[in-house]
Design a protein around this ligand. Structure first.
Ligand SMILES: [Zn+2]
Length: 133
């Protein structure tokens, strides 16, 4: 099972670098989701401060709250019990899942610094992304 979980980690790293840029770091930390085991929280290096806010003398960062990382997704190996419930033999098959928050993905990819801009309904913001009110 460990090899399969490392495959998940590799797919996530490949995805994040392809989507957000080859120099963006990502990390997985243990997490909990009811349908995956093991589960992980996926974080990416802050696109605004690039971690500088965590260093001595660094300016505070509002986007990552000076953590240097932004959580963007949940992930994990599909729990074998879920596979059994679906009629799939977990000794023969495995699966993994991950899902990104669309607002955070938009922020990181396009340099949006305030997540509230994505939900306030300002047409000047939404038109920039090809949406009409
Ligand atoms: Zn930051």
């Amino acid at each position: 099972m460990v090899r399969r979980a490392t495959h998940l980690a590799g797919v996530i790293e490949t995805f994040t670098r392809a989507y957000f840029g080859p120099d963006i770091e990502s990390r997985l930390r243990p997490g909990f989701f009811p349908f995956t085991e093991p589960s992980a929280d996926v974080s990416m290096e802050c696109h605004v401060c690039r971690g500088a806010s965590t260093r001595p003398g660094g300016d505070p960062c509002r986007v990552c709250r000076s953590q240097g990382w932004i959580e963007i997704a949940g992930a994990g190996m599909v729990n074998p019990r879920v596979l059994v419930a679906c009629g799939i033999d977990p000794d023969r098959y495995s699966g993994f899942a991950f899902g990104l928050g669309i607002e955070r993905s938009l922020m990181i990819r396009h340099g949006v610094t305030d997540i509230r801009d994505t939900v306030e309904g300002d047409v000047r913001f939404s038109r920039a992304f090809g949406m009409e009110a």
